[in-house]
Design a protein around this ligand. Structure first.
Ligand code: UDP
Length: 382
């Protein structure tokens, strides 16, 4: 690797990671007049949001389905400067006992799966206890003192959450941080959408194009296939560094390894127009994969063929697969906090952020919101 021939003056900043977090920081700093070098070990920008148009003209997400949704107008407005949007409301079905029912589990799912008279009794109880349009969680429903609702809770727990969560996390739902399964509520309504956010859309030219535009600022240089370790010794000690990789890796695992879940994607092309009726079908109880994503649904791509991905979760293993999900637990939070304290002490010029850097299960909008706040904070100090 050639040594860096940079002018490392006070105006220079290094951004490690060209994903949606790194691109946001880089763009904000560049627009404020900083010179920014962005490095990424991958051969492409976009991190795990990367997508590409395949030879059928279908926009495929390289690391599984990514659906942008937010209630944060500032984030929506910010990204809208770099992309036009294709309005898209995500719908997910789960294959339960051979029937495909809406997820989050709602009154429509109930009526599809239960005999009519039982479904209507349960529906009345749900409306009586929670009211129409109200969301609850699987954990809350299972603890209900109403026997019928408790039975529904047990059914949804077994058919929707238990086996999916065992595949996805290697743990039972009750062993996980409750916030994880609460991402997918039980919804006392007939709204079949996965998200209820005000803004829901897919970048019209794809995520890579949007992130490429963010990184296209004249003050930004991007170097791909460049791990931080390859340039670390060339960077003067006081250089501001924005690091969206994993904090344990930054410190060479000195205090131990932060665990993650990984996912491997098996892509398949089919010689038919559609594989399934919606972009995502979950298989909680069958197979070793958790879900199948079909990409042409997102942007309405037209092709006689279709491309899908099967998601196989596993533990993250260094050098073997990608870090996809931090695992929220008190022990992991403690280890992360020890690394952060070390960073504050030893490397105050390094700012950790992003799903890996903060070790938080961020959605894309939260990652962008966090990077915008970090950029503001940094620029206001100088
Ligand atoms: N989940 C589940 N069954 C489902 C969908 C979700 O058990 O059909 C649980 C599972 O533990 C999953 C979590 O809810 O990891 C969050 O789901 P989400 O769809 O938000 O996961 P992501 O899209 O971020 O992988």
């Amino acid at each position: 690797m050639a040594a860096l021939s940079h002018n490392f003056d006070k105006n220079f900043a290094l951004v490690v990671g060209a994903g949606i977090s790194g691109a946001t920081i880089a763009e904000r700093l560049a627009s404020a007049g900083r010179r920014v070098l962005v490095v990424d070990s991958k051969p492409h920008i976009g991190g795990n949001c990367h997508d590409y148009r395949d030879n059928n003209g279908i926009c495929v997400h390289s690391y599984g389905t990514h659906i942008f949704h937010t209630n944060d107008k500032a984030v929506w407005d910010y990204l809208s400067a770099f992309t036009k949007w294709h309005p898209y409301m995500h719908k997910v079905l789960a294959n339960i006992d051979g029937a495909e029912v809406p997820i989050p589990f709602n009154l429509n799912s109930l009526n599809q799966l239960f005999p009519r008279s039982l479904a209507s009794r349960i529906e009345k109880r749900l409306l009586g206890k929670f009211g129409f349009g109200v969301r609850t969680t699987i954990l809350e429903l299972r603890e209900s003192d109403d026997n019928l609702l408790k039975q529904l809770g047990e059914f949804v727990y077994e058919k929707v959450f238990l086996h999916y969560t065992l595949k996805q996390w290697g743990m039972k739902p009750e062993e996980l941080d409750p916030a994880v399964t609460a991402r997918v509520p039980i919804f006392v309504s007939r709204d079949n959408r996965y998200f209820r956010d005000k803004y829901q859309a897919i970048p019209r030219a794809g995520y890579s194009a949007m992130i490429g535009k963010m990184l296209g600022h004249e003050n930004i240089e991007v170097r791909l296939n460049t791990p931080f370790s390859a340039i670390r010794n060339d960077i003067p000690a006081e250089t501001p560094i924005f690091f969206s990789g994993s904090i344990d890796e930054f410190f060479d695992y000195e205090l131990g390894e932060l665990p993650y879940r990984s996912v491997s994607f098996e892509f398949a092309e089919y010689d038919r127009e559609f594989f399934q009726s919606v972009a995502c079908v979950n298989y909680p109880c069958n197979y070793d994969f958790t879900r199948i994503g079909e990409y042409k649904h997102f942007l309405g791509d037209k092709s006689p063929k279709t491309v899908v991905s099967f998601e196989f979760p596993s533990a993250f293993e260094r050098g073997k697969n990608e870090r996809c999900y931090p695992i929220s637990s008190p022990e992991n939070a403690t280890l992360y906090a020890r690394y952060l304290a070390k960073a504050e002490q030893d490397t105050p010029n390094v700012h950790f952020h992003g799903r890996l850097g903060d070790y938080r299960y961020y959605d894309m909008d939260k990652a962008v919101g966090r990077a915008l706040a970090l950029a503001d904070e940094f620029l206001s100090q100088k």
